[in-house]
Design a protein around this ligand. Structure first.
Ligand SMILES: *Cc1c(COP(=O)(O)O)cnc(C)c1O
Length: 376
């Protein structure tokens, strides 16, 4: 994958906002609670290593990632704090995780048995967190018997160091806490079966940490809040409001590469879904669905100079067109996503427009777009 450094299309990341978002969350924590910065998926598209460094400065005690490679990327960047891989890593890589001091999630008993074989061969010890499925339906123990057997298996087992136990909420961002409470009860039950003494028992993601205080979590797996985005963003239900300000860090900027007048009857883009009924000024932006700017953005208004201009015609793979209110010069600034949460092209508004959540809009922004970092 090559980043387009000779094209005017960039993702800008305000590291001051990232730092402020973490600092504000740290103030909100209980005195004995730790913060692990969730920097999976290239820090939700913001750049894992850069975000991780700011998180350390702001007081993060460790990191969560989704896959082993993301953990290795942080280690290669010189980060020495704890790193937990939240997804299931094949037990064949237990040795690789161990020698890099990376903690892995245990999804079930079979996984432990397979990992033990690998670790025994090389006389290694692996740090682990026991995953609990308290109702997310994804990974982790959900049966008493198997969990009790796993505890037995791990007691005085030299190949494992049980560092944590955790579960994940399905609906901590919802007004309705019925299912949340059910998950809390299931987790408390699984905790009562524990014979081991892990240092960190944790359940909080951003939403559980800022909206719900019904269960203690030794550490908060703080993800979306780092990036200044409200985890409660379900278009179908009213948003819960966080107790402190979240400052969006990401903006997406480009420039007009071409401007022209088309005439009545002239079409724009594949399928000519837009046809001019009079002389119309069309600007071209060098960004398309290959950058993660999906075809559903047709009709969305981006800011060109000081004007919000609708995308006309279908979004192409590498370019899209906008209807301009007057002739603007080539090189005019285009803001596809603004970091101002009140702007009509905020990431939340963009996500609403394409029927998704801002997590997805940010993650889709491709590696072809260079990330530029600044403090503002
Ligand atoms: C992604 C993830 C998080 C972070 O969630 P946010 O909503 O971004 O705070 C926490 N825990 C687990 C298990 C995750 O997969």
């Amino acid at each position: 994958m090559i980043a387009g450094i000779h094209r005017p299309a960039e993702v800008h990341v305000n590291l001051a906002a990232i730092e402020a978002n973490i600092t504000n969350e740290m103030k909100h924590l209980e005195p004995d609670q730790k913060l692990f910065a969730v920097v999976k998926a290239n820090a939700y598209g913001h750049g894992a290593v850069e975000v991780a460094k700011v998180a350390l400065k702001a007081g993060a005690s460790g990191f969560c990632v989704a896959i082993l490679d993301e953990a290795l990327e942080l280690r290669q960047a010189g980060i020495v704090k704890p790193i937990l891989v939240l997804g299931v890593v094949s037990p064949e890589y237990a040795d690789l995780a161990s020698v890099n001091d990376i903690s892995l999630t245990v999804p079930n008993l079979d996984w432990l048995k397979e990992a033990e074989k690998v670790l025994q061969k090389e006389d290694l010890q692996l740090k682990i967190h026991l995953g609990i499925d308290s109702g997310m339906g994804r990974i982790g123990f959900n049966e008493d018997e198997e969990f009790i057997a796993a505890n037995k298996f791990l007691e005085s087992n030299p190949n494992f160091f049980v560092e944590g136990m955790f579960a994940h909420f399905a609906s901590a961002d919802s007004n309705d806490d019925t299912y949340f409470k059910k998950q809390v009860a299931k987790f408390e039950h699984m905790k009562s079966l524990l014979t081991l003494k892990p240092k960190w028992i944790h359940v909080d993601n951003t939403a559980a940490s800022i909206f719900n205080k019904k269960i203690h979590s030794d550490l908060v797996r703080y993800g979306i809040g780092i990036y200044g985005l409200n985890p409660s963003s379900n278009p179908a239900s009213p948003d819960l409001e966080p107790a402190f300000e979240l400052k969006p860090a990401l903006s997406f900027v480009s420039e007009l590469t071409h401007v022209k007048t088309i005439h009545a009857g002239d079409g724009v883009g594949y399928g000519s879904t837009f046809v001019a009924d009079q002389d119309t000024i069309i600007g071209t932006v060098p960004v398309g669905y290959a950058d993660g700017w999906i075809r559903k953005f047709q009709g969305f208004k981006v800011k060109v100079g000081d004007e919000y201009c609708p995308i006309v015609g279908r979004v192409c793979m590498d370019q899209f067109m906008v209807k301009l209110p007057y002739k603007m010069p080539v090189g005019s600034k285009v803001v596809l996503i603004s970091d101002d949460p009140a702007a009509p092209n905020s990431i939340k508004k963009a996500a609403d427009y394409v029927d998704t959540i801002h997590y997805e809009v940010a993650c889709l922004l491709d590696d072809r777009l260079p990330r530029k970092y600044f403090y503002k």
